[in-house]
Design a protein around this ligand. Structure first.
Ligand SMILES: Nc1ncnc2c1ncn2[C@@H]1O[C@H](COP(=O)(O)OP(=O)(O)OP(=O)(O)O)[C@@H](O)[C@H]1O
Length: 376
């Protein structure tokens, strides 16, 4: 349980927010550059002192402005992974890894060296210096070093931002494994939608030093504040789905979800894999009758459950076993005669769902991420 309230004046910039995150494995702090994300985690880590506030992790108070509690960083039991590894260049990988471990009293160590090496796949790197590691390897070692201090909370500040797309895809599954394997919750700073989709349970949306929204990934990504901050056209729905089959002939993968079967562009994830799919509200069309003679493959019976008028558009909430949002014009709303409870059909074009809108959410228990040979 994270219980955080922070106030800080940085020149003209004022940070003022409070949140709690109970039971989440990964809490994502999402916002534009300069919204104050790094400042928040620096204050949780004890690297920056808030003007006022309180920071508690599982009931253990790390900072309380009123009570004069301000634990120094090493006593906070918080691990920190920075954007670019920040490994000690004069230590080998082994030296970097044991650094944090040796500073944690033996009675408080609950994460084992061998387990970290194994989960992060860094056994072959132990005798190398950081200068002989690729970007992805450096980050895995940095994660290992943070974990080996047996932290009660892991802070990650855009840990993938310095990596190219391929390395990023490779590291994401490792990060997804961490809370389950080590039982350490993560506060994860990002401004990448795909990372949040993949990793987070709880989402905090920051804007100009304030918390603009907070809740489950499904809820927050479905609201207009997130669309605005992430530069997306419309709000979106996040549906949870499972891979059922690949239709290579037609280049599609079939996913089962509460609304039926949705076809998306061909994926490599195996059958049975659980995914999150992001569907932009503007990509959902509505029809009062089941359409025929259309190219659209994804047609779902639905019922209107909410109508929200905003800036000349109507957000139509649909129940099709799960929630799906459609965004239509006032004209279309009037022409269709929409009202609450009306049965209709929701249509989603397969091609409108891009691969970056689909993320594995829970890694399969019996699988371990695989690594390609990395070029330095
Ligand atoms: N020590 C400081 N002194 C003055 N201003 C600061 C200080 N640290 C941060 N700021 C200001 O606070 C604001 C928030 O910065 P912060 O780094 O927390 O944002 P961010 O959301 O993490 O951005 P980015 O994604 O670019 O890292 C910025 O306007 C920044 O210039």
């Amino acid at each position: 349980m994270l219980d955080i309230a922070l106030r800080k004046q940085h020149g003209n910039f004022q940070l003022d927010l409070a949140f709690q995150s109970d039971g989440a494995k990964v809490t994502a702090l999402f916002g534009r550059s300069g919204s104050g994300k790094t400042s928040v985690i620096n204050m949780v880590a004890g690297l920056v002192r808030p003007d006022q506030g309180r920071v508690a992790v599982d009931g253990r108070v790390l900072f309380d402005g009123e009570k004069g509690i301000d634990l120094p960083p090493p006593r906070r039991r918080v691990g920190y992974v920075f954007q670019e590894g920040r490994l000690f260049p004069h230590y080998t990988v082994r030296g970097n890894l044991t650094y944090g471990m040796e500073r944690t009293p033996a009675s408080e160590r609950f994460i084992q060296f061998d387990q970290v090496i194994d989960v992060l796949g860094i056994g072959a790197l132990l005798d190398r210096r950081p200068s002989r590691l690729s970007g992805g390897e450096k980050q895995r070692v940095a994660i290992g070093r943070a974990l080996l201090s047996s932290p009660r909370l892991l802070l990650m500040d855009e840990p993938l931002a310095a990596l190219d797309g391929a390395r990023k895809d490779e590291l994401l599954p490792f990060i997804a494994l961490l809370p389950g394997q080590f039982g350490v919750p993560i506060l994860y700073v990002s401004h990448a939608v795909d990372e949040v989709l993949r990793l987070a349970d709880h989402l905090l949306l920051m804007n100009d030093g304030k918390l603009e929204d907070s809740g489950t990934v499904e809820d927050v990504m479905g609201r207009s504040g997130f669309a605005e901050v992430s530069g997306r056209r419309d709000p979106a729905s996040i549906v949870t789905a499972m891979v059922t089959q690949h239709d290579r002939l037609h280049g599609t993968t079939h996913l089962s979800f509460p609304g039926g079967v949705i076809r998306v562009p061909l994926l490599s994830a195996p059958a049975g894999r659980k995914l999150r799919v992001r569907i932009d509200a503007g990509d959902v069309m509505l029809s009062l009758t089941r359409p025929t003679g259309l190219s659209v493959q994804n047609i779902f019976p639905a019922r209107v459950v909410s109508l929200r008028h905003e800036s000349g558009l109507v957000d139509v909430g649909l129940d099709l076993g799960c929630m799906l949002h459609a965004q239509i014009s006032e004209q279309a709303y009037a022409d269709l005669g929409l009202n609450i409870g009306l049965p209709l059909y929701a249509l989603v074009k397969t091609a409108a769902i891009s691969r970056s809108d689909i993320a594995e959410h829970e890694p399969a228990k019996d699988e371990h991420p695989t690594l390609a040979e990395e070029e330095i």
